[in-house]
Design a protein around this ligand. Structure first.
Ligand SMILES: [Zn+2]
Length: 320
């Protein structure tokens, strides 16, 4: 813990190109212990100040620390997870509610979000894609091609899709058991900018304290500027020749404190149909229904919360 006062403001850096163009906002430390984006953004700010990089078109807004309370506490949350239930409220209950009242209008004022995160266990960087174009009630969207094109030029080979849809299935399962749940709880930064008509990519840049994560984040910011045509001297990186697209399709909740994972699964560990993944407190085995991956396993999940996700291969980016 810290004796510092609770932060009272959000610091942003904004560069206005003299020619019209896209409005890009880059976020670091939405989760306070995920600082690769903060390091990368500060490097970009320094380069802009020194003249090593210049924005010519559009608006670039850089937010090195989106959750200053969580950052100060060196942990994921301040009072709660900022990247859930993001909305404007006139009935603020906690620090993240007050922060969301500033962040939502900031997202509304931009066309594109690049949200830089890191993860807990070893693994390769990946970009989280939004839904395909659809007019469903859950997450209607019409800019999937634009979002995919940006994701493909950020310098990573792995892409993950199906987040809110799968989260929604988990919420329905939870409600069917009589537990309290609402799909809006799955709404974070990217879902918010899409609701305002923009596009957004969450980039998971590597393991929390891995040296390479800030590099991945830095390259992605420069790549986004190039892709969006905002900095003339920037060269756009080539898209991966063989993108690996992984589709989340199912989330399982922990239902009892004695429910246990069969082993210490790593996120994105490959699984084969029939593999036993976890055992319920009554001895019932949870097995993989098809070949794929186990994703975001949380052995310490609370009862009625997400325990692990199942994912399968997707052909999405091969079709475009
Ligand atoms: Zn995160």
């Amino acid at each position: 813990m810290t004796d510092l006062p609770i932060p009272s403001a959000l610091t942003i850096h904004q560069i206005l190109g003299l020619e019209p163009g896209p409005k890009l906002v880059v976020f670091g430390a939405v989760h306070g212990n995920e600082t690769c984006g903060t390091v990368a953004i500060r490097r970009v700010v320094q380069e802009l100040e020194q003249g090593a990089l210049s924005v010519e078109r559009g608006t670039l807004t850089l937010v090195p620390v989106v959750n200053p309370l969580a950052y100060q506490l060196k942990r994921r949350h301040g009072d709660r997870n900022l990247n859930r239930n993001m909305c404007v409220t006139n009935n603020s209950q906690d620090f993240e509610d007050r922060l969301s009242n500033v962040i939502c209008p900031l997202l509304e004022a931009h066309d594109v979000l690049l949200d830089l995160h890191s993860f807990h266990t070893p693994g390769i960087p990946f970009a989280l894609l939004g839904p395909q174009n659809n007019s469903d009630r859950l997450e209607p969207f019409s800019k999937a091609e634009e979002e995919e094109a940006l994701a493909l030029h950020l310098g990573v080979d792995r892409f993950v899709e199906g987040w809110l849809e799968t989260y929604g299935q988990g919420v329905r399962d939870r409600q069917a058991r009589g537990a309290e749940a609402h799909v809006d709880y799955g709404v974070g930064t990217t879902e918010t900018i899409r609701r305002y008509g923009g596009i957004g990519i969450t980039l998971e840049c590597g393991q929390h304290d891995e040296d390479v994560a800030p590099q991945v984040a830095y390259r992605a910011i420069r790549a986004a500027l190039a892709h969006l045509g905002m900095a003339a001297a920037e060269r756009q990186p080539l898209p991966p020749s063989q993108p690996e697209v992984i589709r989340l399709y199912k989330v399982l909740d922990r239902l009892h404190p004695d429910d246990r994972l069969c082993r210490d699964w790593r996120s994105f560990e490959e699984i084969k149909q029939g593999d036993v993944l976890a055992v319920r407190h009554d001895g019932a085995e949870l097995t993989a229904d098809q070949n794929g991956w186990i994703v975001f396993p949380n052995p310490a999940a609370q009862v009625d919360q997400e325990w692990f996700y199942l994912a399968k291969r997707s052909n999405r980016l091969r079709l475009c």
